[in-house]
Design a protein around this ligand. Structure first.
Ligand SMILES: *Cc1c(COP(=O)(O)O)cnc(C)c1O
Length: 227
């Protein structure tokens, strides 16, 4: 199948999930998760109309960013971010999905300050209690956001989560629901708006949309299996 028909089919599935749950397809953004995907392939999807991509690895990001800099791509960073690599991505990504600790917040505040920008971020939440994954546990998010309020160069506009992997999409639903409920309770406790919910991957994005996702991060269903 051509890249454009693959993309078209995914957009149809997104539309249907929106319709089922009484949402407008405009509320949900499709992000192409590009880890291991070569620049040439990204370019093909770009010409089919997909303009938003997210990378996990700083080194891969820097290469693809350079390869594709003539295109009007919006880049996000979605992987674990080491503080000493912040400098390579700042000013190049519009959203970092994986803000998950104080030391990273401090580095972002310092570096974004030097560039005179405000870096938008999502706080990553670890809902499954998995030690191998990044993310704050839900109880840590409120005090963390209070720290973020003291920053002038970092803004948080939502939450991100990666539920424990399952081939059965319905198994992710309780986690997505939890993330949405956490968002709602933080909004009312702090009197702020956290509009973005980055949740849902190839195996469970339709369920995520039904539960309120505003960004779905898709790799395999768009670009094929990674080896
Ligand atoms: C790899 C990755 C994805 C995409 O995963 P697929 O299951 O291939 O769709 C989404 N989000 C993050 C953070 C990833 O690392």
């Amino acid at each position: 199948m051509s890249e454009c028909s693959v993309l078209e089919r995914i957009l149809e599935r997104i539309d249907k999930a929106c319709l089922r749950s009484g949402r407008s397809p405009q509320e949900v953004r499709l992000l192409g998760a590009t880890k291991t995907v070569p620049s040439e392939k990204i370019k093909k999807f770009y010409h089919c109309g997909l303009k938003l991509y997210g990378e996990n690895r700083v080194q891969e990001f820097v290469k693809k960013y350079e390869d594709l800099r003539d295109l009007d791509i919006e880049w996000h960073f979605i992987g674990r971010l080491q503080s000493n690599k912040v400098k390579y991505i700042l000013g190049k990504v519009t959203l970092i999905h994986s803000l998950d600790r104080e030391s990273l917040l401090e580095e972002l505040e310092k570096r974004a300050g030097r560039l005179g920008i405000v870096q938008e971020c999502l706080v990553e939440v670890n809902l499954g209690g998995e030690g191998t994954k990044g993310g704050l546990v839900p109880q840590e998010v409120l005090p963390f956001l209070e720290r973020v309020f003291q920053c002038t160069h970092v803004r948080v506009n939502g939450l991100m989560a990666i539920p424990p992997y399952s081939q059965i999409p319905e198994r992710s639903r309780p986690y997505f629901e939890k993330l949405r409920n956490l968002r709602d309770s933080l909004e009312s406790a702090l009197g702020i708006k956290l509009s973005e919910l980055s949740m849902g991957m190839s195996s469970d994005f339709e369920v995520a949309i039904e539960e309120g996702a505003t960004i779905v991060r898709l790799g395999t269903v768009l670009f094929g299996e990674r080896d």
